[in-house]
Write a protein that binds this ligand. Structure first.
Ligand code: B4P
Ligand code: MG
Length: 279
C-alpha cells in the first residue's frame, strides 16, 4: 500500500476518539447486538464473546445458541438474553427486531446452518462481524451495513486460497486487496493485527502480546467488536479501538503476570481498567 495510507493506531488516536458515556445515557443509547455463537462441543466461545461484548459496554445483548449452551451460559452471563436455537431461527428468516449488529461464528460447527443464517443476515442492514466457523471462501454482496471479517492467518488462507505463510509475508497487501474486492473491513489478526478498509486505508495495531496466543482470545475480540460497532457511530475508530483495547488488556495483565497464564476471560476482566485510563 501507499506509504501515506497506513498508520499505527496510537494511544493518542484512542484518546481522541474514545469518550466517557454521557450522563443521561440509557441502554438504548448503546445498541442491541445479536451474537450467534457456541455449539454443544464449544459452549465456551459464546460465553467468552458474550463477556467481551458486555464488558465493552453494549446496551443489550441477545445470544442465539443451542438450548444446551444457553443452559450453561445463563447462570454465568445473566446480563444477556437468550434466543434458543438462534442460528436455526435466523436461518429460517427469523432475525430479531431492534438490533444494530450481529456477530456470527465463534464455536459454530454446522457450516450449512451458518451459511443459511448468513444469507438472511446479508439481506438486512445490520453491521455484521463474521468470525471463525462463519469464515470461508465466498463473495459478499454490496450492502448498507458493514461487513467485518476477523480471520487469523489460517482462516484467511481458507478464505483466499493463499497459503498462510505467503499471507504472513505480505499481510498489508493481502488484507487490503480482499477488503477492496469484497467491500469489507478485514481484521487480519496476529502480532500487529492489520485492519484494512474498503477505502484503501490501513491501520496497524501495536498492542497485545504472546499471552493472547491461546484458544478463546479471538472469541473475546469478536464480542468486543460487536459492542463497539453497536454503540459507536464512527466505524473506523470503533473497530480500531476494540482491537487496541483487546491487546492493551493483555498488556496490562502481563505487567504483573506471566503471559502464559493469560485466559481469554482475563482479557475481558481487565477491560474496564484499561478503558478507564482513556476516559
Ligand atoms: P483455530 O483453532 O481456528 O483457533 P481459534 O479457535 O480461532 O482461536 P481463537 O479464536 O482463540 O484465536 P484467534 O486466532 O481467532 O486456529 C488456530 C490455527 O490457525 C493455529 O493452529 C494455526 O495453524 C493457525 N494460526 C492462527 N494464528 C496464526 C498465526 N498468527 N500465524 C500462522 N498461523 C496461525 O485470535 C487470537 C487473538 O490473539 C487475535 O486477536 C490475535 O491478534 C491475538 N494474538 C495472538 N498471538 C498474538 C501475539 N503473539 N501478539 C499479539 N497478539 C496476538
Ligand atoms: Mg478465532
Amino acid at each position: 500500500p501507499q506509504q501515506s495510507k497506513w498508520q499505527v493506531w496510537t494511544e493518542e488516536n484512542v484518546r481522541s476518539t474514545f469518550h466517557k458515556r454521557f450522563a443521561g445515557a440509557h441502554k438504548g443509547t448503546f445498541g442491541t447486538g445479536l451474537l450467534l455463537a457456541g455449539s454443544d462441543e464449544m459452549p465456551g466461545s459464546a460465553l467468552l464473546a458474550g463477556k467481551g461484548a458486555l464488558k465493552s459496554g453494549i446496551g443489550k445483548l441477545t445470544i442465539g445458541t443451542s438450548r444446551f449452551v444457553s443452559g450453561i451460559l445463563a447462570g454465568q452471563l445473566p446480563e444477556a438474553m437468550y434466543k434458543h436455537d438462534g442460528l436455526e431461527a435466523v436461518g429460517e428468516g427469523d432475525v430479531p427486531k431492534g438490533i444494530k449488529a450481529c456477530a456470527i461464528g465463534p464455536g459454530l460447527a454446522d457450516a450449512g446452518k451458518t451459511d443459511m443464517a448468513l444469507q438472511h443476515l446479508m439481506n438486512t442492514d445490520l453491521h455484521l462481524v463474521i468470525d471463525a466457523g462463519a469464515l470461508k471462501k465466498r463473495t459478499y454482496p454490496k450492502r448498507k451495513g458493514l461487513v467485518i471479517l476477523t480471520p487469523h492467518p489460517g482462516e484467511f488462507s481458507r478464505m483466499t486460497g493463499v497459503p498462510a505463510s505467503d499471507i504472513q509475508k505480505n499481510r498489508f497487501q493481502y488484507a487490503l486487496a480482499y477488503a477492496q474486492e469484497q467491500n469489507a473491513i478485514v481484521i487480519l489478526k496476529g502480532r500487529y493485527t492489520v485492519l484494512a478498509f474498503p477505502d484503501g486505508s490501513l491501520i496497524v495495531n501495536p498492542t497485545g502480546n504472546a499471552g493472547l496466543a491461546k484458544g478463546g482470545t479471538g472469541d473475546t475480540l469478536t464480542g468486543m467488536l460487536l459492542a463497539f460497532v453497536s454503540s459507536e457511530k464512527d466505524v473506523k475508530p470503533a473497530v480500531a479501538n476494540a482491537v487496541y483495547f483487546h491487546g492493551a488488556s493483555a498488556d496490562l495483565w502481563e505487567q504483573t503476570n506471566a503471559e502464559r497464564g493469560l485466559l481469554a476471560s482475563d482479557v475481558s476482566e481487565h477491560l474496564p481498567l484499561v478503558m478507564k485510563s482513556f476516559e
